[in-house]
Design a protein around this ligand. Sequence first.
Ligand SMILES: Cc1cc2nc3c(=O)[nH]c(=O)nc-3n(C[C@H](O)[C@H](O)[C@H](O)COP(=O)(O)O)c2cc1C
Length: 278
Amino acid sequence: MILAPLRGVTIRCFRETFAEQIREAGFTEAITPFISANPGFDPLKDRELRGAPEQIKVTPQFIGKDPASLRACLLRIKEAGYDTADLNCGCPYPMVRNKGRGSGLLRTPDVLEKMIAVGCETMGEGKFSVKTRLGFDRNDELLALMPMLNSYPLRFLTVHARNARQMYGGECDWRAYEQVAKVAKMPVVPNGDIPFPPQKIGEVMIGRSFIRYIGMRDDAKDLLAKYIGASLEELCGPSPVLGRLKELVAYWKDLPRWKRLWPIIKIARTLDELRLAY
Ligand SMILES: Cc1cc2nc3c(=O)[nH]c(=O)nc-3n(C[C@H](O)[C@H](O)[C@H](O)COP(=O)(O)O)c2cc1C
């Protein structure tokens, strides 16, 4: 099982604080939330990749549309010992996709191909993966790109079974997913609304259902306190810590134990107010 990248949630501090729960759950790898592959940017300065190796295998994910910058980032992470990397070809946010990054790459297959070529060449055969969606605004767009994708030695292709216009709502289209999986030459990893623990046998990528599961655990409150402590050590001042905590607890707001607490946590202005709430 692969832990899905959720910007602001499955960040390094989360992966370190919840390392035991992540391992016990059966995750063997985590993809980092996206790191920008911008000209001149040193990815090792990103909080995701700074410091000693983590307990779990970590694959850095990059977002961008400039092959030269991607190559520079990949060479840099290889120096630091990372042997795999992933390309974000699925981010649906208009500010990202309208600039041709994330899911916007699905609209510019020539750029996408250059990014993949650079990724496979720099990381080596079977070391570079792509995370994408079924399409930009239709569910058959990825299928049309499969002949191109099949011509590269990708490690795997993760498919979030929605299109970018859907953002994170609406139904997953597993029929369209199967069509892609059928023609794919590389391993295909399904993603999107897969329950934790998963019923499917084989490799899957899971995000939100695992986050919700943490909120259901009997020790959720202790774990939250640990996350606050670790975040206070990492961030400057209580304000960003408060923001980070709310982002996590927002996934728990419909759970019986947190339903009553969420409205109080949501409006907490200080960490003491937040602690008093739970
Ligand atoms: C808050 C949030 C942040 C996300 N950040 C990323 C990201 O940085 N990179 C990425 O490839 N996908 C990102 N995703 C998409 C997830 O990795 C995943 O594809 C999606 O949540 C569906 O899987 P799930 O239903 O198991 O959560 C994000 C999703 C959410 C909700």
